[in-house]
Design a protein around this ligand. Sequence first.
Ligand SMILES: O=C(O)C1=C[C@@H](OP(=O)(O)O)[C@@H](O)[C@H](O)C1
Ligand SMILES: C=C(OP(=O)(O)O)C(=O)O
Length: 431
Amino acid sequence: MNVTITPSSLEGEARAPPSKSYTHRAILAAGYASETTVRDALWSADTQATARAVELFGGSVERRADASLAVEGFDGRPSVPADVIDCDNSGTTMRLVTAAAALADGTSVLTGDESLRSRPQGPLLEAVGDLDGEAFSTRDNGQAPLVVTGPISGGEVAIPGDVSSQYITALLMAGAVTEEGVDVVLETELKSAPYVDITLEVLADFGVEARKTGDGFSVEGGQSYGTTNGEYAVPGDFSSISYPLAAGAIAAADGGSVRITGANPSAQGDTAIVDIVDRMGADVTWDRDAGTIDVSSAPLSGIEVDVEDTPDLLPTIATLGAVADGDTRITNAEHVRYKETDRVSAMAEELGKMGVETTEERDSLTVHGSDSTLSGATVRGRHDHRIIMSLALAGLVAEGETTVEGADHVDVSFPGFFEMLEDLGVALERT
Ligand SMILES: O=C(O)C1=C[C@@H](OP(=O)(O)O)[C@@H](O)[C@H](O)C1
Ligand SMILES: C=C(OP(=O)(O)O)C(=O)O
């Protein structure tokens, strides 16, 4: 599906979709437990991949009419899957499930789509090996397809912190049900650190203790997963909130505003988007108790933003920078190149088609905003949900029409994205 967007003014209310990161963890934690109801779960292509893995390990995940998931777990002991685990487009699934597979007494095979089969898994495979499991890439290039043989019993592993924090999340979640527990020693500085905070929070909610140490993280073995009342509720997703928030900042109707609901505080680093939009000059108010954010548009100015902790915000910030006056410098961004696409290059190239000048370096992107309007163009979504959504935002204020190709991939994290834009008054056509 392609989506063509005509410049539009926005007004009204949008509800934040549930957090993808919390939902993945909750489904897998519920898998490690016996029975849990996961309320307000995100049901998207990525979280369904994690649900399928839990089922292949011997659990079951049933979606109820009220959007909750009834999860029957495999009680800390995953069975050897009867089929290949297809993680589709989801890095989180592949990393978290690789460590879970290393607990099974036998061999699991994991694969994914072309994008996922190009992302780095090597350090996690080595970690499984160091824990006396066996894990290899069939092409010997550190990428999926992966073959993982367990069971591991725990121990100490060293792992880089600057490729993906998901390796650490994976090892902590699996480590809790090993015999000896797992100590993770960071070899390099941790990027995307708030995602490990999310993990520690979810683990605590499931009764599992894990902690930061002087040189990494540690989880004791022999623990059991389970929430106190057999339920878990997922908060709203701030990476997803970044889109209606940025849309309101650049295109809210004169004298009008966009209200986002379901924006309750949590451990998500991407709550930083509220401050970023504010610093750029938009009129934004976050009522943390009510979980509402109100934003109206104003002339934006370029700023410097460090995305070490918040890689998923880069595409949104790049679009904001394209509309702002002056340079927006996005720094500490090398790990943003290891996502569904190399998002640093993808945003530079696609915004370039709309007349935006950028300067790309290995670990930074500078967007040279100017007073002149963006030009509508046909841009490639590159099978990457965040690139698609960020380019659609640019289309709201570009002169003429903007067509985003391959726009259906928003189903990875935000299945109702285009319906939300329409509800806010955006004129768009699907072809
Ligand atoms: O653990 C998670 O839920 C995630 C961690 C981040 O990845 P990295 O740790 O690989 O940077 C983030 O980009 C991804 O969208 C979700
Ligand atoms: C990078 C992302 O997710 P994952 O790593 O799970 O594919 C994302 O949602 O932007």
